[in-house]
Write a protein that binds this ligand. Structure first.
Ligand code: SF4
Length: 437
């Protein structure tokens, strides 16, 4: 029998349609999934009472709320917590796989003790009782001999309550030596402390922003909580909010933004200050707000009677669009346009920080520290909390602070028309200045 093209295609379509309409594929899929679940290495939870425990995912700094489904004492699934302000029930693939971390076969589940030489890689498992008793004995010996201060503790991150618990324990024991591993969050907290007088991270009203000026933030690459960012980005598209991405490379965020502004790497701060120049010059900022709550905007006299140049004069003198254009490589007319659009928006939001622990160069705070006219001033009080200018015994170059203007006690920065705005990481300083206008 001769099979021509027409009959071959008819046969193919007929077989495909017949297979799809028959119960065969569904039965095969079902059998396959039952078969894979019965592999000896596939964990099968015991049958028992099901319960949920709410918690917060710590696998990235996003802080999504999670609900862990448990059968008896064993967690069997991690789901996004419904109604949680960060993720609203959503969860990413990493958060979903959190149980792999908990039950991974290579995880160390009991105390181990080194035997042999340091660096020899020889360890033996010991019981919790033995570990606690040996450590307690050692700690007791050190304190009795007056060497409590020689004990140091180190935490991998600041997240959660466990590091605080250790810190408190060491304080009670008699040692001030508790350390965190350094991260870009330190820089962020530093900027927040100087801007707001408190180092707690602000919350951004992303969902209600109508103009997003991103200073290189990887909004779609892992900035903040990816779950929340994807939802916010979908909302921005629906609400026709404008996203302006300022970045040297065509990142995913840049490709998806409404406008991608190519900037010379590391000059984001100069651009932020150039935008501030236009906002101040054209009186596009919230004057009432700045006049009543900001410190350091106008020229001021220090406690020692020294006259200091304020933010306004510095920005007007040193960051004209033409000067900034030379530094950033962005046309001065584009800087002016950006500033006007930012000011025109009802709920503008300025964001910075790369996300995933990365900081884009020595951006805003660095630029502010290096600008002409730097000096020093005494710590001021903001919301009743000291904002020290000293670090490690050395006086730091002057940092402008409009902290009281940034927020109330909430850690939120209020932008023009009361919108919630702020920056992140080093660029937080300039981001906050922008947020005032
Ligand atoms: S984005 Fe994913 S990894 Fe990060 S906190 Fe949320 S669920 Fe966890």
């Amino acid at each position: 029998m001769k099979i021509d093209r027409r009959s071959f295609l008819s046969l193919g379509v007929g077989v495909a349609a017949g297979t799809a309409l028959s119960p065969l594929p569904w039965k095969l899929t079902d059998d396959l999934s039952i078969w894979t679940q019965n592999w000896p290495w596939t964990p099968v939870p015991e049958i028992g009472e099901t319960s949920y425990v709410n918690s917060v995912c710590t696998l990235c700094p996003g802080g999504c709320g999670i609900s862990v489904r448990k059968v008896e004492d064993r967690g069997v699934k991690i789901e996004g917590m419904k109604g949680h302000p960060v993720n609203q029930g959503g969860i990413c693939a990493l958060g979903l796989s959190g149980l792999q971390l908990l039950y991974g076969p290579t995880r160390i589940k009991s105390p181990i003790k080194r035997v042999g030489k340091r660096g020899g890689g020889q360890w033996v498992k010991i019981s919790w009782e033995q570990a606690i008793s040996e450590i307690a004995e050692k700690l007791d010996g050190l304190r009795t001999s007056g060497n409590a201060h020689t004990v140091a503790g180190i935490a991998g991150s600041r997240q959660g309550t466990v590091p605080q618990l250790f810190k408190r324990f060491l304080t009670a024991y008699g040692s001030p030596n508790f350390f965190y591993t350094p991260s870009s969050a330190d820089t962020y907290q530093f900027a927040l402390q100087h801007m707001n007088g408190v180092s707690e991270a602000p919350v951004f009203d992303l969902e209600n922003a109508d103009f997003i000026l991103s200073f290189g933030s990887g909004l779609l690459e892992g900035w903040g909580s990816p779950v929340r960012m994807f939802k916010a980005n979908t909302g921005w598209k629906k609400a026709k909010a404008r996203v302006i991405q300022i970045e040297p490379r065509l990142s995913r965020t840049a490709a998806k933004s409404d406008r991608w502004i190519v900037i010379t790497p590391g000059t984001e701060a100069a651009l932020a200050l150039g935008i501030a120049h236009v906002l101040i010059k054209e009186m596009l900022y919230n004057k009432d707000f700045v006049d009543n709550y900001a410190h350091g905007f106008e020229n001021f006299v220090t406690d020692k009677g020294e006259m200091k140049k304020g933010f306004k004069q510095t920005v007007l003198e040193d960051y004209s669009p033409e000067t900034v254009a030379r530094v950033t490589g962005i046309d001065s007319s584009a800087i002016i346009l950006m500033a006007r659009e930012f000011a025109k928006a009802k709920t503008p939001l300025a964001l910075c920080g790369k996300g995933q622990g990365k900081v884009p160069g020595k951006s805003a705070a660095g630029a502010l520290r290096k600008r002409p006219g730097k000096g020093s001033r005494k710590p001021k009080r903001s919301h009743g909390r000291a904002c020290s200018e000293r670090t490690g015994g050395k006086r730091q170059p002057e940092r402008r602070r409009i902290s009281p203007a940034c927020n109330g006690n909430s850690g939120l920065a209020r932008g023009r028309n009361g919108s919630t705005c702020f920056g992140r990481y080093e660029s937080a300083t300039a981001g906050c200045y922008l947020a005032q206008y």
